[in-house]
Design a protein around this ligand. Structure first.
Ligand code: ATP
Ligand code: MG
Length: 392
């Protein structure tokens, strides 16, 4: 028999009445994620997603890798299905886990009897299979407390499954159960991590990037598209709205006091993002802001920025240290792209002495010379949509 994958559900199991909605969404998501790798059958039974390749053409390694990035899954096992009988289970262990058992020094067998009709209980299964393994691999010590290697046997409805240690899954909640959010994606380290963290809570993403050609280059735009593509490995395909921001930045430079440049620019970003968000059914804005990191991320400055919009602004990195953010960026694979050296529009026309404790009243006064609405409308008209997906 071929290999199957068992994906274990995370927090979904804590849900009550609406648990089936979470499970349906997860099933849909797993189906979609498996599609590039061939024909798979996907079912959820007893808090486990069963992923079964349907023919020899399936790319099992590609599919297995993709399963590590599906939100809603806490752990996953690549396993060998077999008949529900001790001899067949033992034969599967010998054949499927032979290499692992040869290289381990100690082991134990852990069994799970989900099908209560099976005549032996889990302890009896472990004793039987463990006894046979100990005999066949004389170098192996039995160690039930701290084994180097654990053989798992699961007796399920249709088959018994044999596998080694489970691998950690992506965690979180299935993409799509928590609505949609608009992420303000710069080319930096922080915003991809912020987007990932919100996506992990079951939220679909729409990305927005502000682009100031010729002050920022085509390469900077490509970098952001690549960051978005890397994020889709976790959060599924997305659209990136690329907003032309040059006219607004020049208008601010020409008409506003320098100390407020960044703040006024950020208020425009929020207002434009809010309109794009509403157009795409997003219930919040997400930024990579982090308290105290730069002048525009003091409590007062963030208050002035947030006052430009009515949608909630989620800032999942607000209380983290840079090191913690970098650790996540490395783990999710965005770090290397984030540190490519292209300018972001935030670094164009930066004031020498930005206000760190601005008052909203002063900022509104400083914006007065601008025709905000006309500028916003033209920026929206000059927005380019790019679809990104991980595979192809
Ligand atoms: P990042 O590492 O995400 O670039 P940062 O520490 O450089 O963040 P800022 O440049 O002040 O901080 O930006 C704060 C947040 O504003 C970013 O995390 C991002 O959400 C948003 N942002 C900044 N520049 C842009 C941009 N050009 N397009 C879209 N969003 C942006
Ligand atoms: Mg930045």
């Amino acid at each position: 028999m071929k290999e199957h994958f068992l994906l274990k559900l995370g927090e979904i199991v804590l849900k009550g009445q609406n648990r089936w909605q979470f499970e349906n969404k997860l099933k849909q998501n797993v189906n979609r994620r498996m599609r590039p790798f061939g024909e798979f059958n996907v079912n959820i039974i007893q808090s486990t997603v069963f992923v079964e390749p349907q023919n020899e053409d399936c790319d099992l390694d590609g599919a297995w890798d993709a399963c590590h990035y599906i939100f809603g899954v806490v752990a996953l096992c690549r396993c060998r299905p077999c008949e529900k009988d001790l001899d067949a289970i033992y034969a599967a262990v010998r054949e499927y886990l032979d290499d692992d058992l040869l290289s381990a020094k100690s082991f134990k067998v852990e069994s799970k009897r989900a099908d209560k009709r099976f005549p032996l209980n889990s302890i009896q299964i472990s004793q039987d299979i463990g006894g046979r393994i100990a005999e066949a691999y004389p170098h192996l010590l039995v160690d039930v407390h701290h084994p180097e290697y654990t053989v798992h046997v699961e007796i399920r409805d249709q088959f018994a499954y044999v596998h080694g240690p489970a691998e950690p899954g992506a965690g979180g909640l299935p993409t799509g159960v928590g609505g949609r959010a608009a992420v303000l994606l710069s080319g930096g380290i922080d915003s991809p991590v912020a987007g990932y963290m919100i996506a992990k809570r079951g939220v679909e993403l729409e990305c927005i990037h502000f682009f100031s050609y010729p002050y920022t280059s085509e390469l900077a735009k490509d970098k952001v598209l690549e960051l978005a593509r890397l994020m889709t490995r976790y959060c599924g395909r997305m659209t990136v709205n690329i907003v032309s921001f040059t006219e607004i930045q020049e208008a601010i430079r020409d008409n506003c006091p320098e100390e407020y440049f960044t703040l006024i620019m950020r208020r425009f970003m929020m207002e434009i993002s809010e309109r794009i968000a509403r157009d795409h059914g997003c219930g919040c804005l997400v930024t990579g802001e982090n308290l105290g990191q730069v002048a525009s991320q003091t409590m007062e400055a963030m208050g002035v920025t947030a006052a430009a919009v009515n949608l909630p602004i989620f800032t999942p990195l607000i209380g983290m240290d840079k090191e913690e953010i970098v650790t996540i960026a490395r783990r999710i694979g965005t770090m290397e792209t984030s540190i490519l050296p292209y300018e972001d529009c935030c670094t164009v026309f930066t004031p020498k002495h930005p206000r760190t404790k601005p008052s909203l009243e002063h900022v509104i006064k400083a914006e007065r010379k601008l025709d905000r609405e006309a500028l916003i409308q033209r920026a929206l008209e000059n927005t380019e949509l790019k679809k990104v997906r991980y595979h192809g």
